[in-house]
Design a protein. Sequence first.
Lengths: 114, 115
Amino acid sequence: NAGVTQTPKFQVLKTGQSMTLQCAQDMNHEYMSWYRQDPGMGLRLIHYSVGAGITDQGEVPNGYNVSRSTTEDFPLRLLSAAPSQTSVYFCASRPDRGRNTEAFFGQGTRLTVV
Amino acid sequence: AQKVTQAQTEISVVEKEDVTLDCVYETRDTTYYLFWYKQPPSGELVFLIRRNSFDEQNEISGRYSWNFQKSTSSFNFTITASQVVDSAVYFCALSERYNNNDMRFGAGTRLTVKP
């Protein structure tokens, strides 16, 4: 069982470049989300989706776009990378809208913007 | 608004010592869920426990135990007889029943267990 798969694991971008972080889950979970992890700040929510075709902003959405065309996939797009977006990114999924289940996380993507 | 505070940024102990990681939360919801995750040096996030707001029973799992107290809005995590393999960053998180936003995480506590 693959769970939540993120690609790539590492990425270096130049300022102004765009890229897409991929996230796929094979557990048929309704709920998916993207977080960024920065030192001393824990994980902060970027965007989330409660189901295919529905997305919404989290705590730190600026500079990122998402879409949810299928239940399985939830890509995160950086439109014009900035050094402030250097971070570790985690994708997560949960089976239950009721929030009483744990989130399953991908392995993370370490992104450096130079 | 939901908020999670982990006041201890870093803790260092010697192997076999007991250690408690503090977590204090804020929420307006009467139904909410609390979680602890472990992030070892390899970087993945490992789920440890979930607790809902209606269940204040403490939980023990091997060397791990959790103390949930609604009166003080705390959900503390104790490791008994710590081991080097317990060295990791530990995150406390909160989600609310009627809030579409996902989990709110604390800043994390980095635990170092020295041999």
